[in-house]
Design a protein around this ligand. Structure first.
Ligand code: FDP
Length: 368
């Protein structure tokens, strides 16, 4: 349903949207463009990039995407001097920063305007929220979005890199779905540069092969430029990002694995933000990220807003993912609850295999 012609369009729309004319060198423009317009609108400090892409020849599709809420968040971030709490909590009980709320609003505004999403749910607004047009007005294929507008709120005051995460499912609703059903996902890193990595699943690419690419926000945050056209994760890489290390106190298998990484001279690259920690694997094309529970220290990563979109990206780039406690891709875990939490391991195939060897044997779980 989402393959073939729409797949071609989706791929090219996203690349064009994000790269503008820069992707001429990408060689994909020949499929274009009965009707196309691309404009940047800048009002106050709100940078807002809009694409409307319309195919005028039948079948008549119109797809609009607003990933570029990321640019808005980047500008919001630049203009915050202090990261103060708003005095409110999200449904999970986390204290909300003013910036959490502003970033959430920026994404909701963009996706409402796009009119291609039925439903959106975010870490800050964890309910399936109707963002689509009245049903009679919907044209073309519609999607649903799960997103975390600002991942890493606990490290933002230290000016560490933080991120935004987006997972896109075809159709209406995210509950009961699996990560493997996503058509695309995206993750932004707000660091010295603002970059956006985009994963397009097999159903969204004419070659039926998933791709992961990266664009960078340049020219005073007005233009997105293609910075990497294909990201592949190598099979091995001695770089580790061991999350929730406190669990090593009462999880002997995790403790043994961490000791193995240290004694085998792996390089530590860990910031405490899931986005930059996983993004490091894309940047270096190798490595392993873990976030593991113990009886006394449970992992807190959210399946819908963090794990499924990032896991989709890792697998599209040729990496492997697993649930922390049994041998199952995180993309095969149904989203039964919008706040569902779990531990994970992501990364290079052989590094994740090593994780499974340490964690699932010697009394650990077996393949599910
Ligand atoms: P944060 O609370 O700062 O938003 O799940 C959110 C997250 O960060 C992840 O980005 C990060 O990997 C993890 O929590 C870190 O958890 P700990 O603070 O418990 O180490």
């Amino acid at each position: 349903m989402y393959g073939g012609f729409l797949g071609n369009i989706l791929t090219r729309v996203m690349i064009w949207m994000l790269c503008g004319l820069k992707c001429l060198s990408f060689g994909l423009n020949s499929f274009m463009i009965p009707s196309f317009w691309f404009a940047y609108i800048s009002t106050h400090s709100f940078i807002y990039c809009r694409l409307v892409f319309a195919i005028s020849s039948p079948p008549h599709y119109k797809i609009e995407y607003y990933f570029l809420a990321t640019a808005h968040i980047a500008v919001l971030m630049m203009n915050y001097v202090e990261h103060t709490y708003a005095g409110t909590q999200n449904e999970s009980g986390d204290e909300q920063l003013h910036l959490d709320i502003d970033s959430d609003n920026a994404v909701f505004a963009a996706i409402r305007a796009s009119q291609v999403f039925w439903i959106a749910a975010s870490e800050e607004t964890p309910v399936e929220t109707n963002v689509g047009p009245a049903s009679g007005l919907a044209t073309g294929n519609m999607f649903s979005l799960g997103f975390d507008p600002l991942d890493g709120s606990s490290i933002i005051d230290a000016n560490f890199s933080v991120g935004s995460i987006f997972g896109i499912w075809p159709g209406k609703g995210v509950l009961g779905r699996k990560g493997s059903e996503q058509v695309a996902s995206a993750v932004a890193v707000h660091g010295p540069r603002t970059t956006l990595c985009i994963a397009l699943g097999a159903s969204a690419v004419s070659t039926q092969k998933p791709i992961v690419l990266e664009v960078t926000l340049v020219h005073n945050r007005h233009t997105w430029e293609l910075s990497r056209d294909a990201i592949h994760i190598q099979d091995e890489g001695k770089v580790f990002a061991p999350g929730n290390l406190r669990a090593t106190n009462d999880n002997p298998q995790y403790n043994a694995l961490v000791q193995h990484w240290i004694s085998n001279r792996y390089t530590l690259r860990y910031s405490g933000g899931m986005v930059p920690d996983v993004y490091h694997i894309f940047a270096k094309s190798k490595g392993v990220f873990s976030n593991v529970s113990s009886e006394k220290a449970k992992a807190k990563l959210r399946l819908l807003y963090e794990v499924a979109p990032l896991g989709f990206m890792v697998e599209c780039a040729g990496g492997v993912t697993t649930h922390e406690a049994h041998d199952q891709s995180v993309l095969d875990i149904p989203i039964e609850d919008l706040d569902q939490r779990l531990g994970v391991c992501f990364g290079s195939a052989k590094e994740v295999a090593l994780y499974k060897q340490f964690m699932f044997t010697n009394g650990g779980a077996t393949k599910k």
